[in-house]
Design a protein around this ligand. Sequence first.
Ligand code: PLP
Length: 379
Amino acid sequence: MDRRFRGLDSRLIHAGIETRLLGAVTPPIFQSVTFERSDETTRYIRLSNTPTHVALHRKLAEIEGGEAALTTASGMAAITSTLLTLLTAGDRVLAQRRLYGGTREFLAEDCPTWGIGCDWIDATDASAWSAALRPTTRLVYVEAMTNPLLEVADLRSIVAFARDNGLVSVIDSTFATPVNLRPLELGFDLAIHSCTKYLNGHDDIAAGAVIGRAALIERIAARLARLGGILDPHAAFLLDRGLATLGVRVRHQNASGLEIARFLADHPTISHVSYPGLESHPHHARARELFDGFGGVVSFELADDRSAERFMAALALLTAAPSLGGVHSLVMRPAAVWGTRLSPEERARLGITDGLVRLSIGLETRSDIVADLTQALGA
Ligand SMILES: *Cc1c(COP(=O)(O)O)cnc(C)c1O
């Protein structure tokens, strides 16, 4: 891309495309498994090096400010392929305690079967990290904001701690997106996204990405080619199309997030709202320093625990469904969706109460979202 045009929104539209085939403004999908050998390169779909993959990887690297990028079949494929490349039997991970459920379970249940251990830290408080460090610790893993309570880890200290102790630093930046946070500029080695969420943004594909130092991405790409969890070219095309509008979507969701968080905080039926953009959030100052916006996910606690199901059932525009970051406003009750898989102690540790509701604000008319919440909260 022409170096004169460096704004994020310009890159989201133009980056990655080097030549226009037959003048096509929108690049075609190379829906081909294999390619005639020309130079020394073998192009094959599972190597994630079709022209469709290559252009998308270049765009992802440019928008996240990394040397290289790799896409995968889902966010979990990006996470598991990365960890299974960087860790071997005997190694340990330092991981943030309230990670995304799939990641937490992979570290707690799958990794030990291959001899990979995990030590859990409160990533918001640097004072306890040294005590959790062991001679075999290789990697530190955090998220931009935790789910569903939107805790903001001390990301700058995590990077410094990783440097001081020779650890690879990995962040799942799904909740922030490159619009709100540039973790590689902070010094993280790798940034991971579930592109299923904001990056694609239309609730119609599963995809993942890992972006960062080229030497690491090359190793992960080689292992992914054997593990097999690659992104299909048609989904790659849709992800590229979704990315073009990421800037306008996320800035709108930031504005809606703040407005709706304030509305909920003032509502008499709600006892607590978790949103890093609110002054009442315990990590508000840190969030303001790190992020350009706070995203479209807001969690809140109904004062009357037993009213949560009634509230969910009364919603008309908002849909009761998991996932987040897309055009549809979605609502879920963590205790109902994840509660059955967690022990009462685990639920308490993760802050999941019966009255907790997670809202992902989409792109419907803001006053319609507020009107639907108002009528359902009165139900
Ligand atoms: C959804 C999500 C994932 C998993 O992504 P999939 O695309 O569903 O595999 C990982 N991390 C975070 C923070 C997520 O929200």
